[in-house]
Ligand binder design. Structure first.
Ligand code: PEP
Length: 249
């Protein structure tokens, strides 16, 4: 049985004070114990959130990481530094990073390896652009991105990783994929992992859908056979939204 996982991606939103207010409010709420709950916050809010969420069921995530442990990489944050802050998860290869910050399949793979080596669980984002979707290239794109991201990992490392299938055209647009289409692509990603590793590994890895998920459509995605959770941007920014997503899951 794969545990469902709802992860909020706050992107570049929330000051430390706003993050603290959010965490203190969410901490008071009754949360479903069956769903794994993650908040991926900006680096600047991680320390404060770590202190507030300590001892709760809400896990902390970052939105990027460098692949080196330390070094002359001005402006970067290492996996060791995230671990020290009490971070459990890290988003790697989000389409915004691929699009605006030159993230490539190769750097994604390096970051995934580095994260796992330091005990951080990667949430690896894959997904096609609108042009690729219209050209019927979805499967080719997710195959290439998934195989590249997981290259050189052990089956055990893959099993603890999370994949997020996020069609780029659905992120922040209000136009989500249909649950059936998302499920079909996610089942295909599982098939890719079975070919690259083995069926047991493919059955173990959790695969989320992401792209305009809201409290009122999350259940439809999670009812599908292969969708194990959601990676959510906009709707995870308010306390009501985040709690609604967890309740809906
Ligand atoms: C995301 O940031 O990964 C995302 C899916 O955003 P949104 O939920 O706002 O579409």
């Amino acid at each position: 049985m794969r545990q469902r996982i709802i992860a909020g991606n706050w992107k570049m939103y929330k000051t430390i004070a706003e993050a603290e207010q959010f965490a203190n409010a969410v901490k008071q709420a009754e949360l479903s114990a069956t769903v794994e709950k993650v908040i991926c916050a900006p680096f600047t809010a991680l320390s404060a959130l770590s202190a507030i969420l300590k001892g709760t069921e809400i896990k902390l995530g970052a939105q990027n990481v460098h692949f080196a442990e330390e070094g002359a990489y001005t402006g970067e944050i290492s996996p060791l530094m995230l671990k020290e802050l009490g971070v459990d998860y890290v988003i790697i290869g989000h389409s915004e990073r691929r699009q605006y910050f030159n993230e490539t399949d190769e750097t994604v793979n390096k970051k995934v390896k580095a994260a796992l080596q330091h005990g951080l669980k990667p949430i690896i984002c894959v997904g096609e652009t609108l042009a690729e979707y219209e050209a019927n290239e979805t499967e080719a794109v997710v195959r290439r991105q998934t195989e590249a991201a997981l290259q050189g990992l052990s089956a055990e490392q893959v099993s603890v990783s999370v994949i997020a299938y996020e069609p780029v055209w659905a992120i922040g647009t209000g136009k989500s994929s249909t649950a059936e289409n998302a499920n079909q692509t996610i089942a295909y990603i599982r098939h890719v992992i079975a070919s690259q590793f083995d069926q047991d590994t493919a059955n173990a890895v959790r695969i989320q859908y992401g792209g305009s998920v809201k409290p009122d459509n999350v259940a439809g995605f999670l009812q599908q056979s292969d969708i194990d959770g959601a990676l959510v941007g906009g709707a995870s920014l308010t306390v009501e939204g985040y709690l609604g997503l967890i309740a809906g899951a």
